[in-house]
Write a protein that binds this ligand. Structure first.
Ligand code: ADP
Ligand code: MG
Length: 260
């Protein structure tokens, strides 16, 4: 079960991506990076952030704690920036946030940052499994904090949920985009990452992750459908993609071999 906190202070916008997340203080005095429900990408980006993030955690990757954050529309009342005021107003109610990692830096090959083959292979497997294109050298979405890698920004993963009609074709996608993955050159242990993933991902664990997604956000995934059915459809996708994992694993192994 994710914790729920109440936002008490808007601290700072983070203007890197287009979605305008922000550092917000909450009533537990913690700082969080809030992903706003009212941002252009909508509630589905929050579903992806939560579901992919928790899958990454089950796999053993470091993911900052994910919490629900309740936003009162008065929070943005005194913000001078019109865009920010509107975003907060449109996000009143339930939103998603990640624990803020103070002093973290973005993983940067040019700065000679390195990673172990175990973590790189697991990360490549994870991003191919969840079809996440946002882990490239230009846009690493990988923070180093106290020398450990932390994976963030999974809002663009699970792109099948934008079009359920073509979802069946995506189950067996080799995910050629893995060639752009920032950690690919270190990912020399895809087969053992696969073994770990197959041991850790199973129907009850996936169902538990989906159970944590609010009904209102699921409705954005498939208008008119019953939330329980939508949850099952996600679990079904993941189980079938897990069964088809050799397809994207072979693609990743080939892409890795081209680099080394
Ligand atoms: N948990 C966190 N701790 C510290 N900084 C973060 C955290 N999450 C995000 N950031 C910073 O905010 C930036 C934007 O967040 P991100 O989740 O990547 O959203 P987007 O790319 O959609 O704007 C990141 O590139 C990173 O610099
Ligand atoms: Mg990002």
């Amino acid at each position: 079960m994710l914790r729920t906190v109440n936002a008490t202070r808007y601290v700072l916008p983070l203007r890197e991506g287009g979605s305008l997340p922000a550092i917000v203080e909450a009533d537990d005095l913690g700082l969080y990076v809030v992903k706003f429900r009212g941002a252009g990408q909508g509630a589905l980006a929050l579903v992806a952030e939560l579901v992919a993030g928790e899958i990454g955690r089950v796999l053993g990757l470091n993911i900052p704690e994910i919490v629900f954050v309740i936003i009162d529309d008065a929070l943005g009342r005194n913000e001078p920036d019109y865009e920010i005021r509107e975003l907060i107003k449109n996000s009143a109610g339930l939103n998603l946030a990640l624990d803020y990692l103070p002093g973290s830096t973005m993983f940067d090959r040019a700065a000679n940052d390195k990673i172990t083959p175990e973590i790189a292979s697991l990360a490549v497997w994870f991003d191919a499994f969840t079809q996440n294109v946002d882990r490239t050298p230009r846009n690493a979405n990988l923070l180093l904090w106290h020398r450990k890698p932390y994976f963030i920004d999974h809002g663009a993963a699970l792109y099948f949920h934008h079009d359920w009609v073509t979802m069946p074709q995506k189950i067996e996608s080799p995910f050629a985009e893995i060639a752009q993955h920032i950690l690919l050159s270190w990912a020399a242990q895809i087969p053992s990452a696969s073994q770990i993933a197959h041991r850790r991902l199973n129907p009850p664990i996936l169902a538990e992750i989906l159970a944590g997604v609010p009904n209102e956000w699921l409705k954005a995934a498939r208008a008119g459908a019953d939330p329980g059915e939508i949850r099952s459809a996600y679990v079904d996708f993941f189980l079938r993609r897990l069964a088809a994992s050799p397809i994207f694993e072979e693609e990743a192994i080939r892409a890795h071999a081209r680099l080394v």
